[in-house]
Design a protein around this ligand. Structure first.
Ligand code: SF4
Length: 472
C-alpha cells in the first residue's frame, strides 16, 4: 500500500512569501534546513503543542521560518535569538519557546547570548544549525569552519595559526551545569534523521514539561556554499564533517530534572522608561499635529548608509512627541538581498492597524533601485521625493506629485553628504505641512549636541525647507 505523506499541520498551508512560490521554501535544493524544519513541524504537531509554541528566528538562512511555521513567531537581530527567546520564555511561562540559529549567528555574533541563556537554564529549546560557514551572506568562514576548509573569506583554507580551531559548541554547552539536554544530530541520511527525530522529540517534551534548557546542534548540509551537489554534500558530512563534530548525546539529565517554573514578573512601563531615561508618561503636553488626512503613511528608502532608517526615526520621534499614534518599521538585511533598505512610518490620529506601508502617501527614494521599485506603488494623490543628485532616470507614468530634490548636493553644501536625510526631512516637512521649520530646528538641536554637527544639520534642514518653495 502506498503511504500518503501530508504536510504537517504545524506548517502553513501555503507559504505566502512570494507569489508563484507558495508551496516551496526558500532553501536551496538539498539544504539541511528544509529537512530540519519538516522534523520540527511533524513533532510539534504530533506532540499537540502547536498552540503553545513560539518560534524565534535568526538572521541567516533560517530567517524566514515565520513564513513556514503556523505559530507565534518573532525575529531577532543578528545573534540575539537566545536573548529574545529568554524574554519570551520568561514572559510566557506556559509557552514552548524554540530558538533557531545558524552557526554564524549563534557561534560568532551571538556566542555570549547563547552561552548565558544556557547557563541560566532557560526554558527553551535551541536549534543550532551548523553548516560550517555563513550560508546566507555568501559562504564566509565561521568559527565552526573546518581546518583547511576553503570559504569565500578563507580562499586558502582555514588555518589554526590565523583563525583558531573549529568551535565545538555542543561540547562547550555540555560543560555547563544548567542545560538539561545537549546533543548533536545530523539530517544528511535516513539513519541520522531517525536519530535526530528521537532527540528532537525528547527536547520538545522537555520543553512541554518545563524541565529547562535544551541545545540541539544539527549538522546540516549547505550544497550551495560547499560547492557540492546535494548527494556529495550529504556524504561529506559523514566522511569529513563528523570527524570534527561527532554526533551523539553529550548530556542528558531529563530523568533527574524537575519542572522549573519562574514566576512571571509584571513590569510597570513607567519603571522601565525611567530606567532607560525615557519619559514614563504618555502625554508630552504638546499639541497634536495637524495632518492633511487622519493617517499618513511614509516610506523612506535608499541604500544602507544613506540614513533612511534614521530619517524615518526622526519623523516618528517628532510625531511621538506630539502625542500622535506612530509606528516605525525598518526593513534591511536578509529581506533586502541586493535590494533597498527602507523604513516605513505611519502617523495617525487613531490607533494604527498595521505598520506595513504597501501604498505610501509619501515616498522618499534616495537611490535608483528604490525609486524603480517603490515609486509605482505611491497613491494617486501621493508625493514622491527623489534624490536627483543620484537618480538621473525615473519610471514613466508615475502617479502623484513627483519632486526632484538634489539632496546629496545640498547636504554636501551644508557640510557633509551624510546630512542628505536631514535635507529630505526639511523638504518633506514643508511639502506635507507636518512640522514647522522651528520645530525641526528645535528637534535637531536636541538630537545633535555637538555644535559642529548642529550647525551642519541646521543648514541641511533649511536647504531642504527652501528647496520645497519651488513646488508649493
Ligand atoms: S545557502 Fe546553504 S544553508 Fe543557506 S539555504 Fe542555501 S544550502 Fe541552505
Amino acid at each position: 500500500m502506498t503511504k500518503v505523506y501530508e504536510k504537517s499541520p504545524a506548517f502553513f498551508e501555503t507559504f505566502d512569501r512570494k507569489p508563484g512560490q507558495q508551496h516551496t521554501t526558500h532553501y536551496c535544493p538539498g539544504c539541511g534546513h528544509g529537512t530540519l524544519n519538516k522534523i520540527m513541524a511533524d513533532l510539534v504537531a504530533e506532540l499537540g503543542i502547536q498552540d503553545q509554541t513560539i518560534y524565534v528566528g535568526p538572521v541567516g538562512c533560517g530567517v524566514f521560518i515565520y513564513y513556514y511555521f503556523e505559530g507565534a513567531c518573532a525575529s531577532a537581530a543578528h545573534g540575539r535569538a537566545s536573548a529574545v527567546a529568554t524574554g519570551i520564555s520568561r514572559s510566557n511561562p506556559d509557552g514552548i519557546v524554540v530558538s533557531y540559529q545558524g552557526d554564524g549567528d549563534l557561534a560568532a555574533i551571538g556566542t555570549g547570548n547563547a552561552i548565558h541563556a544556557a547557563n541560566r537554564g532557560e526554558n527553551m529549546i535551541v536549534f543550532f544549525v551548523n553548516n560550517n560557514l555563513y550560508g546566507m551572506t555568501g559562504g564566509q568562514m565561521a568559527p565552526t569552519t573546518l581546518l583547511e576548509q576553503k570559504t569565500s573569506t578563507s580562499p586558502y583554507g582555514r588555518s589554526e595559526i590565523n583563525d583558531g580551531y573549529p568551535l565545538r559548541m555542543s561540547e562547550m554547552m555540555a560543560g555547563l551545569e544548567a542545560p538539561t539536554l545537549v546533543a548533536r544530530v545530523g539530517v544528511n541520511n535516513p539513519k541520522n534523521i531517525r536519530q535526530a527525530v528521537k532527540v528532537i522529540r525528547k527536547g520538545l517534551e522537555i520543553q512541554r514539561d518545563k524541565k529547562g534548557y535544551v541545545f540541539i546542534e544539527v549538522m546540516s548540509q549547505c550544497p550551495t556554499n560547499w560547492k557540492k551537489d546535494p548527494v556529495e554534500a550529504c556524504e561529506w558530512i559523514d566522511d569529513v564533517v563528523c570527524k570534527q563534530y561527532p554526533l551523539g548525546v553529550f548530556k542528558d539529565l531529563t530523568d533527574e530534572r524537575q519542572a522549573q517554573r519562574r514566576p512571571r514578573r509584571e513590569v510597570e512601563f513607567a519603571a522601565v522608561a525611567k530606567q532607560l531615561g525615557l519619559r514614563g508618561d504618555d502625554d508630552t503636553g504638546l499639541d497634536k499635529m495637524t495632518l492633511p488626512q487622519p493617517e499618513m503613511r511614509f516610506k523612506f528608502a535608499g541604500f544602507g548608509g544613506q540614513g533612511v532608517l534614521s530619517l524615518g526615526l526622526m519623523v516618528a520621534q517628532m510625531a511621538t512627541e506630539r502625542n500622535m499614534e506612530v509606528t516605525w518599521l525598518p526593513s534591511y538585511g536578509p529581506e533586502m538581498r541586493g535590494g533597498v533598505a527602507n523604513s516605513s512610518v505611519v502617523i495617525g490620529e487613531n490607533p494604527i492597524g498595521t505598520p506595513v506601508v504597501d501604498v505610501p502617501d509619501v515616498l522618499v527614494a534616495l537611490n535608483r533601485p528604490s525609486m524603480d521599485k517603490l515609486s509605482p506603488l505611491v497613491k494617486e494623490d501621493g508625493l514622491i521625493v527623489y534624490n536627483s543628485s543620484l537618480i538621473d532616470q525615473i519610471p514613466a507614468d508615475l502617479k502623484g506629485k513627483v519632486c526632484p530634490l538634489p539632496a546629496t548636493t545640498l547636504a554636501a553644501e551644508a557640510g557633509t553628504v551624510k546630512a542628505a536625510n536631514v535635507v529630505v526631512l526639511g523638504f518633506v516637512a514643508r511639502m506635507t505641512g507636518i512640522f514647522t521649520l522651528a520645530e525641526l530646528e528645535e528637534f535637531l538641536c536636541e538630537t545633535f549636541k555637538k555644535p559642529a554637527l548642529q550647525e551642519i544639520n541646521l543648514k541641511a534642514v533649511a536647504a531642504g525647507w527652501n528647496a520645497a518653495e519651488a513646488f508649493i
